[in-house]
Structures are given as structure tokens and as C-alpha cells.
Design a protein around this ligand. Structure first.
Ligand code: PLP
Length: 426
């Protein structure tokens, strides 16, 4: 059974101010984890994690990661660029890794001085046209100080997994040939500063897979360096480091990843006589995922062909189980020591039969009023929330190291829900 950073009495007390459901993040655990990640890559001068904003787009969390650990922001939309700007991540503290990108987002990223990570060869000219249309310069002198990166899709050269799919079926990135072509075009246009990116995994728990990704990028960087005559300042191994959602899964051995990439670097970069290359990553899930919890309450117990525990939370608070059939551990505070001798489908109230947090899950005997904690909700949790069926998104709280609680996002109200309607009485 998962150990929580709070107990039933804490939930009872906290829910007086913030009624369930709410998301709560454990600041101490987020800090300890960020420290560990940085230590694992301390061998690489200039190592940087760009927190994937989409995983937990809350400026309070982004600011904590920026102020205390120097984490940049990995952005892929206008809203995420603005959040990064507001927490003080501008310029090269932003990795703009988008796809199917609108012109105005390229312009915003350009104005912020972000590292622009292109998803497609046609986006190079599209971006230059978009920027020029705003009256901004795109001549060699305007390009020389900026950093551009391309996203490589290795296609059949690399296997995928369930969330991200097979690389050759994925919409992201350049083919190999397109990479050489685009870097040559950039060089000809006057670009002097380059990065190289790929992201082929999601929720990956095998350290070797991540190490192989770095190897692939180091070798490719050397090849492009050779053929196109450019130097790379960094390779960005993307996000995708997994977390152990299931009790039988093992956490990623991040120290092993650090050491493995170091060995690859020593032979493929340092050993090949290349200039030093910074290692960048843009992880979201492994930064906040295990340290966020969705706290809810049992509203009804229903017994028909199965037993159902209906919560006051629903898939608009955490969509992963409904979307991917994802497993999330469930803890019943105060009943941790009781045998899990009942089997429940744990549901929400949305009128969709896949609104289930767990299916046929052995749990201690539940009663209305019991608190339920759904673990590993700290990334791609609240962030994926939506309002279908008039269900509202919950508050987000930060549990500080001294035990105090800070509201970092209030719960939505019906007025928020109706705010875009212009109709008498609403
Ligand atoms: C989603 C995403 C990430 C973060 O992925 P995690 O699985 O949360 O680490 C990073 N980069 C890009 C381009 C993404 O789309």
C-alpha cells in the first residue's frame, strides 16, 4: 500500500476549507526528486530540465521548479508560452516544442527569444514568413543569436509504446533526410546555434531505452556535424521518463540513466572530438506525477451485477483511466490496515460508462463518506481536466514542507462554466 504524505485527519480538516474533490501536491517530495534528477546529470556542464508545462500547467509549480532548481519550461501552446513568461522563464529558458503550430505561436516564441524546436521541415519557412509578416527581421543578423532545433522521428529505427505509439505512425518530427536538408537551409540562412531533439517514448521505465535515445542523438549530431558542418550546443532527449503507476512496477533508476548517458557521451561526443554538448530534457510526468494526489469522497455504494463505489470526483478530474485504461493506485485513508476483501468499480458521476477510476479493484469495504486517494495524479491529471456534462475542475493545493496548505488554483464554479454564454439569467 502506498504511503501518503497526509492522513485521514488531515483530509477531514483540509476538506472543511477545500471540499473534495481536490488535487494536492507534495512540495517536499517534488523538491527531493528534482534534486535527485539534477545530481544524476551533474556531470554534464549546462544540463537542463525544461519542465513540460502540459503535465501540470500551474505557475506556482513551474515557479518552484524554476526558482529552486533552474528548470526551464517546455511549451507547446500559446497558453503555455504565456505561463512560462509569467513565471520568469523567457529566452532560452523556454523550449518551444510544438506541432501543427499556428503562426501566432511561432511569433510569440520568437518574441520571447525561446529555443524554437521545429516539428517539420515546412515549418522553417512557415515560421520565417509568420515572423516577417509581423515586421520582425529574419536576416542573417537576426538569426545568428537565436537557437533552433529540429525534432527527429527515427521511424522504424526505434520501437514505441502504448501511449506514444510507434514512431513511424507518430505525427511528430522530421525524417532523417529532412533533418540534413533543414539544418543546411538554416545554416545557409545564417543560423549559428543549433540543437537536436527526439522524443520517442512515453511513460518509459527502462533506463536503457532512454540511454539509447541519447546515444542515437549523439551519433546523429556527429553525423550532421560532419555532413552539414554545424556544431550542436545541445541534444534534447525529450520527456517520457515513466513512473511506476502499478505496485509491481519499479521506479526508473535515474542514476543509471545519468551514468549510462555519461558513458555514451564520453565515447560518442568527447571521444569523437566534438565540442561539448549540453544535455537537455523536457520531462513532465516524472517531475510531478508521483507527488500529486486526487482526493475524493465516496458518495454512494451501489450493488447490482457488480459493486460500485461512486465518488464525488469524476474523469474530468483525472482522465487517464478512461482515456488509456491507465492504472492508478487507490488508498483509503484510515482503512490501510483492513483487508482488501471487496471488489469495486470505482466510478465518477459522468454519464459515460468509462468514467471509472478503477475496474474490479480489491479494496477494503467502503462506505459513503470514506475518503479515497487516487495516487500518481500529479502529471497529466488536473491538466487534462474538461467540463463535459457540466462537471467542473477541482482546486489544486500545495502541501508545503511545514505542513501548511496553499491553494494554488481555486475550484471552478458554475459561473466559470457559464461565463462564455451570453444568455439571459446565466
Ligand atoms: C508530453 C511531452 C513531454 C512530456 O512528457 P512526459 O511523459 O510528461 O515526460 C515532453 N515533450 C513533448 C514534446 C511532449 O509532447
Amino acid at each position: 500500500m502506498r504511503k501518503l504524505p497526509f492522513d485521514k485527519a488531515w483530509i477531514a480538516q483540509t476538506s472543511k476549507t477545500w471540499p473534495t474533490p481536490f488535487h494536492v501536491y507534495d512540495a517536499a517530495a517534488i523538491r527531493a526528486n528534482a534534486r535527485r534528477l539534477k545530481a544524476a546529470f551533474a556531470w554534464n556542464a549546462g544540463f537542463r530540465e525544461f519542465f513540460a508545462v502540459k503535465a501540470a500547467p500551474n505557475p506556482h509549480l513551474m515557479k518552484l521548479l524554476k526558482d529552486e532548481f533552474g528548470f526551464g519550461s517546455d511549451c507547446s501552446s500559446m497558453a503555455e508560452l504565456i505561463l512560462a513568461e509569467k513565471v520568469g522563464n523567457t529566452g532560452e529558458a523556454i523550449m518551444f516544442t510544438s506541432n501543427d503550430t499556428p503562426a501566432e505561436e511561432f511569433v510569440k516564441a520568437w518574441e520571447l527569444g525561446a529555443i524554437i524546436n521545429l516539428d517539420d521541415i515546412t515549418h522553417w519557412q512557415f515560421m520565417l514568413d509568420a515572423v516577417a509578416a509581423k515586421g520582425l527581421g529574419t536576416g542573417p543578423e537576426d538569426l545568428a543569436g537565436r537557437v533552433f532545433c529540429c525534432r527527429y522521428n527515427p521511424g522504424p529505427l526505434k520501437g514505441g509504446n502504448a501511449i506514444i505509439g510507434k514512431p513511424e505512425e507518430a505525427k511528430y518530427g522530421f525524417t532523417r533526410e529532412q533533418l540534413f536538408d533543414c539544418y543546411a537551409q538554416m545554416k545557409a540562412a545564417g543560423v549559428k546555434r543549433f540543437g537536436l531533439h527526439t522524443m520517442v517514448a512515453s511513460n518509459e521505465l527502462d533506463p536503457e531505452y532512454i540511454i539509447d535515445t541519447a546515444k542515437l542523438l549523439f551519433s546523429l549530431a556527429a553525423e550532421i556535424h560532419e555532413k552539414v558542418g554545424i556544431d550542436f550546443e545541445f541534444v534534447n532527449i525529450g520527456g517520457g521518463i515513466g513512473i511506476p503507476y502499478k505496485p509491481e512496477q519499479k521506479a526508473m533508476d535515474i542514476e543509471r540513466v545519468g551514468e549510462g548517458i555519461r558513458a555514451a557521451y564520453d565515447s560518442l561526443v568527447a571521444g569523437a572530438g566534438m565540442k561539448p554538448i549540453r544535455l537537455y530534457m523536457e520531462c513532465g510526468r516524472c517531475i510531478t506525477g508521483p507527488y500529486g494526489y486526487l482526493v475524493a469522497k465516496v458518495r454512494h455504494i451501489k450493488t447490482t451485477y457488480r459493486k460500485y463505489a461512486g465518488l464525488d470526483a469524476c474523469m474530468s478530474n483525472l482522465m487517464r483511466p478512461a482515456l488509456y485504461g491507465a492504472y492508478h493506485e487507490i488508498v483509503v485513508p484510515g482503512k490501510e490496515d483492513l483487508p482488501a476483501d471487496e471488489v469495486y468499480d470505482v466510478t465518477g458521476s459522468l454519464c459515460e460508462n468509462n468514467d471509472k477510476f478503477a475496474i474490479q479493484r480489491p479494496l477494503p469495504r467502503l462506505e459513503p463518506g470514506d475518503f479515497i486517494v487516487i495516487c500518481d495524479a500529479g502529471a497529466h491529471g488536473h491538466a487534462m481536466g474538461f467540463q463535459y456534462n457540466g462537471k467542473l475542475r477541482s482546486a489544486e493545493l500545495l502541501l508545503e514542507e511545514d505542513g501548511s496548505v496553499r491553494e494554488i488554483r481555486r475550484a471552478e464554479t458554475l459561473s466559470d462554466y457559464f461565463a462564455t454564454l451570453d444568455f439571459p439569467g446565466l
